[in-house]
Design a protein around this ligand. Structure first.
Ligand code: ZN
Ligand code: ZN
Length: 144
């Protein structure tokens, strides 16, 4: 008899693959169109929600790839905005990078928000205005 039953673990893996694929599709479209912002945001929300429920089912590669895609999505959507000069901001004490770790956007005047979830007294994480990255993804508190 053919085996058609999928185990719960396999079903979750499939759900993760499908959700990553939806984000990938949005990233591909975002190169030519800014209209996929909502579709991209839905894919991001779905992945973060899946991660909150099934963190252990995500492989290191799932996490890495989803973050790469999220970085591209931000960058490509931002590239549709009118070009504007930005004022670079200096590194602060404790900053290892002068750009976003995920989408590589140089830190400028748009980096105004600090994330209360991953910031500590000793070090405040700025939230990237382009890809929304902060320290939460690196700490595994959220996926993307
Ligand atoms: Zn970024
Ligand atoms: Zn954070």
């Amino acid at each position: 008899m053919p085996q058609t039953k999928v185990s719960p673990a396999e079903a979750v893996e499939q759900e993760i693959d499908d959700a990553i694929e939806r984000l990938r599709a949005a990233v591909v479209k975002s190169r030519s169109s800014p209209d996929v912002a909502a579709e991209g945001a839905r894919a991001v929300a779905a992945l973060n929600e899946l991660y909150a429920r099934h963190k252990d089912a995500f492989t290191a590669e799932n996490v890495r790839f989803a973050n790469v895609l999220r970085g591209f999505l931000g960058e490509r959507l931002a590239a549709h905005q009118p070009a504007k000069a930005h004022a670079r901001r200096a590194k602060r004490k404790g900053d290892k990078l002068d750009h976003c770790w995920r989408c590589k956007t140089p830190v400028d005047e748009r980096f105004t928000g600090e994330c209360p979830t991953c910031s500590e007294k000793a070090y405040k994480w700025r939230v990237c205005p382009v890809c929304n990255g902060c320290g939460c993804q690196r700490a595994g508190k959220v996926l993307i």
